[in-house]
Design a protein around this ligand. Structure first.
Ligand code: V47
Length: 391
């Protein structure tokens, strides 16, 4: 786009935003100023989803141009034993219950070995929490996975699991993190945050760590030198105010640590859980959530449209509503499929590339830490080049 076309596009966007009564918010966005909590509420309340999407797309393109990231990864859920009984969860089982499983480290490693013919760079490993799982298990799990594929990056353990691991280890969290790192932990995924609101914690997941504890643990993880992701579970009984508060609390921690790489809004899936009477979010709610996340979280570089949860067409649309990442090849997924997801369990690398291109974006294969592995963009094609950074 020429500079004159750029000015014209900005004027058009501003005019559209003023017509949608989002003029003052748009002015802040264009001036790269931080949005307030009231601005966040205005974004949730606007009936003009397309102008909201255009504003988020403006920020997305300012940060990443046309690039859209994906990775070649595999998920391993090492157990579904869990004693938290979260109302939204369809994955948890008690030991002995039908469908319950707990993989030995060797069985988890076997899942990595089974994919050695694929160029997998990351394993995403999360599970339920069960107090009888000993500390040594977690260390052996990491070591076994690393032994199966020494080059693999292990992104494992939500803050809920880190809390549990430190409890069974009977050691302070920083010491446990050092030991997990020495055994092979490379970063942490973003799950388990749900909605930080104390009201919702009491109502839906009171046995789990609180929102404040989740944030405090993420701070420790970042202090230990590990990067992590962050999430928000939306589309159940939360209010717009609770969502804005959640985003603000993530943003404030990120100001402090800079340790979050990617934000992933998680759409509630209602099958087979205590909240099955709820409808779950619509596709339009999901696009709105991606867009509001992109605009509020001005200090987090990436917003992920997790295709397993969204479906492929909505993930493609999300790439023009603020998202710049679609996650990866996945291979085996339980959490969303137990909760009714109809998406496939796995896609091939080539399919991800094609979907991104069909959505009008330039695919970039990244590793977990956003180093470029491959790109259709010639200037990025050089292996190992770091992805563009925030601002
Ligand atoms: O922690 C559980 C959520 C999370 C349901 O970091 C549900 O790259 C919707 O965090 N409906 C796990 N959500 C998934 C997750 C994740 C996924 C992909 C990538 C990354 C990343 C993280 O899923 C759980 C919980 O918050 N969840 N049950 C459900 N019925």
């Amino acid at each position: 786009m020429s500079p004159a076309e750029d000015v014209q596009a900005t004027e058009t966007l501003l005019a559209r935003a003023r017509a949608a009564k989002l003029g003052s918010v748009a002015e802040k966005i264009l001036a790269r100023e931080r949005l307030s909590l009231d601005d966040g509420l205005a974004l949730y309340r606007t009936p003009d989803l397309y102008t909201l999407g255009a504003l988020a797309n403006h920020v997305r393109e300012r940060l990443h141009g046309d690039l859209a990231y994906f990775n070649v990864n595999q998920h391993v859920n090492y157990t579904n034993h869990c004693n938290k009984f979260c109302a939204f969860c369809s994955f948890d089982r008690l030991p002995g219950q039908e469908g319950a499983f707990w993989l030995t480290p060797a069985q988890a490693a076997q899942k990595i070995t089974a994919q050695l013919h694929e160029p997998v760079t990351e394993v995403h490993m999360v599970a339920g929490v069960w107090p009888k799982i000993p500390y040594a298990y977690y260390l052996e799990l990491l070591r076994a996975v690393k032994a199966a594929k020494p080059t693999i990056h292990i992104k494992a353990f939500t803050m809920v699991e880190i809390d549990q691991i430190a409890k069974v280890a009977k050691k302070p969290v920083p010491e446990v993190l050092e030991e997990l790192k020495a055994a092979g932990l490379g970063s942490c995924p973003g799950g388990g945050a749900e909605i930080f609101s104390e009201r919702l914690h009491k109502e839906g997941y009171r046995l789990k760590i609180s929102g404040q504890q989740w944030l405090d643990l993420a701070r420790e993880v970042h202090r230990s030198g590990l990067r992590s992701n962050c999430t928000m579970l939306h589309g159940h009984i939360e209010t717009q105010e609770e969502r804005v508060d959640h985003l603000d609390r993530l943003r404030r921690l990120q100001d402090e640590t800079g340790g979050f790489q990617t934000y992933i809004p998680l759409s509630f899936h209602p099958a087979n859980n205590e909240w099955s009477h709820l409808p779950g979010p619509s596709a339009l709610d999901e696009l709105r959530e991606i867009a509001v996340g992109r605009l509020m979280l001005d200090n987090i570089a990436h917003v992920k449209a997790y295709w397993i949860m969204l479906t492929i067409p909505i993930a493609q649309l999300a790439l023009s509503f603020g998202a710049d990442d679609v996650d990866g090849t996945v291979v085996e997924e339980h959490i969303y499929h137990d909760a009714g997801a109809k998406t496939p369990q796995e896609v091939q690398r080539g399919e991800l590339v094609r979907w991104i291109q069909d959505a009008g974006r330039v695919p970039v294969e990244r590793d977990t830490l956003y180093n470029v592995v491959w790109s259709a963009d010639e200037t990025l094609a050089q292996v190992g080049q770091p992805a563009p950074v925030l601002r």
